[in-house]
Design a protein around this ligand. Structure first.
Ligand code: FO1
Length: 311
């Protein structure tokens, strides 16, 4: 079964790793949000791409989910002594990724070509594609005005209340090479348990993506468990947008896009309401504490999807 996953952030990266463990590499493409990307110290930082790649390569920091395991902190410690900005912390090995990516972007290479080369170097066999080679930058409208995404997320620790989102540059963006072909060839699309507002929405906003997806069976995994996000501001965002955060709210948010929806046992009471939306529910354990849990959830998503496709 050829699978295309949409991912961003730590939860998305974990399920992507589960899918990579159980699918042949040639059957898996992961399309990653680049709306979180930004320029810092003159470098292009792509947090979601790096989180997905480090996770697939077994290089991710298990404590944070982002950045690299076994990091040293010499560069930022040095910046700190000099009074420079340390609000966005870059470990030494991670910094090497940003240096080399930025060098190649300046030399005229595309983000998708660079990502493919980095994946090869890191031993990642599934295909990882940025959603677009053109820059798209998420901005968050808040009660304190508009904030660039990392300013909101890291510098302000998601404290301001959100009212809407803007994906700057998205109208001019095109799907990265391989994205539309992968979607066209896919038997199944999986929306990973990523933040619907700031990880998945930017991908869906790339012109041509929604139209390509319209004909495809799509199964999403809920990032909301028992009314909370395991990590990040997804539940807080739902509340601030006037929506009670729940697995049902996520299913309603994706609505007609979905054929199936996978959500946690603690939310089993939402099954009927989700089925009433015309979306097939699957209730299972969705918390991924280790690599085995990731593979287990991925297997269940695929088995459930096979049933859906056969029905
Ligand atoms: N998140 C933080 O909360 N604080 C940081 O200092 C930080 C640094 C960082 C460096 C590289 C990277 O790839 C990600 C980093 N993140 C950090 C996480 C990241 O900003 C967010 O998790 C994503 O953008 C949201 O998906």
């Amino acid at each position: 079964m050829k699978v295309v996953a949409l991912a961003g952030g730590v939860g998305g990266a974990k399920l992507a790793d589960g899918l990579a463990q159980v699918l042949p590499p040639e059957d898996l493409t992961i399309i990653v949000n680049t709306g979180d990307d930004f320029e810092h110290f003159g470098l292009t930082i792509c947090p979601d791409l790096d989180t997905v790649c480090y996770t697939l390569a077994g290089l991710a920091n298990p404590q944070t989910g982002w950045g690299r395991v076994g990091e040293t902190q010499q560069a930022m410690s040095s910046v700190e002594v000099l009074g420079g900005p340390t609000w966005f912390w870059l470990g030494d090995r991670d910094l090497g990724t940003h240096l080399e990516r930025t060098r190649r972007l300046r030399a005229g290479d595309t983000l998708s070509a660079i990502t493919a080369d980095f994946c090869r170097a890191w031993g990642i066999r599934a295909r990882v594609l940025p959603m677009s080679d053109q820059p798209v930058r998420t901005f968050v409208q808040t009660n304190e005005g508009e904030l660039a995404f990392q300013e909101y997320f890291v510098a302000r620790r998601c404290e301001p209340a959100v009212s809407s989102f803007r994906f700057d540059g998205v109208e001019q963006a095109r799907p990265a090479p391989g994205v539309l072909d992968a979607v066209a060839a896919a038997d199944l699309m999986v929306v990973c348990p990523s933040n619907p507002w700031v990880s998945v929405a930017p991908i869906l906003a790339v012109p041509g993506l929604q139209a390509a997806l319209a004909a495809k069976p799509i199964v999403a995994v809920s990032p909301i468990i028992g009314g909370q996000a395991l990590k990040g501001p997804a539940a807080k965002m739902f509340s601030e947008l006037g929506i009670l955060p729940s697995a049902l709210a996520v299913a309603q948010h994706y609505g007609g896009l979905l054929r199936g929806f996978v959500f946690d046992e603690v939310d089993a009471a939402h099954s009927e309401a989700i089925a009433a939306l015309g979306i097939m529910p699957l209730v299972t354990a969705t918390v991924m504490k280790d690599r085995t849990d990731r593979a287990q959830l991925a297997s269940e998503v695929l088995a459930f999807s096979s049933q859906l496709l056969a029905a």
